[in-house]
Design a protein around this ligand. Sequence first.
Ligand code: SF4
Length: 253
Amino acid sequence: MTNGRALAKAYLEQQRLLGGDAVILPTAALAPGTPDLRPGSGKPASEALPPPGLSFDPPSGDLFAADPVQQARTLADVATLVADCTKCKLCEARTNTVPGEGPTDARLVVVGEGPGRTEDETGRPFVGKAGELLTKILGAIDFPREQVFICNVVKCRPPENRLPQYDEIAACVPYLFRQIELLKPTVILAMGGTAAQTMLNTKQSLGALRNQVHRFRGIPVIVTYHPAALLRNPNWKRPTWDDVRIARRILDS
Ligand code: SF4
């Protein structure tokens, strides 16, 4: 479904709810292999996937290029490169790099913003209170944390937990993109504005990006709140639950 078509459907649904006559749009062709979970497809509305959103398709690496990140053949290779990386100023104050962790055959990849204090101390992503909440969120969709690859946009802690800066993201993102290239997951869950904007190459707000199925190199990307934000604002737990259930439906389809 195109963006225009999605907008038209949303508009017509709005009109219907306001009392207008129902309008049936001709059925658009689905891409081969795409499950038909659209409204009106016979599936309950709660199972329908939201409309498609942005698509970001950065060029893949050239294995014959001199860039060692592109030559990394495994996630462990990527982690080794990250451990010695000094490509941006975040290397100066780090205790440990935090490349990410999870099984090499993970179907779900969670991408956050960057390591915090506990992550910097341990070298592990999403530990501490936000990590505990992430574990609960994943458990709520029957996805044990051990089955998920969890990582961040930047692999070293920004001082005082500030947002990573543009040059730091630009320096670090080849590691993330290579990890995703090696993992080939079924779904990516981008948690927080930095992760969403990086995965989709956009400046749109998190609020504008939610409730759509975006694509990164063809892989569905679902955008939701970062667990640390949920700790500050529990009102976002409900929309987060809605978002992760979308990811679950894609994994189940
Ligand atoms: S944040 Fe990324 S690019 Fe910067 S030093 Fe750490 S690993 Fe290297």
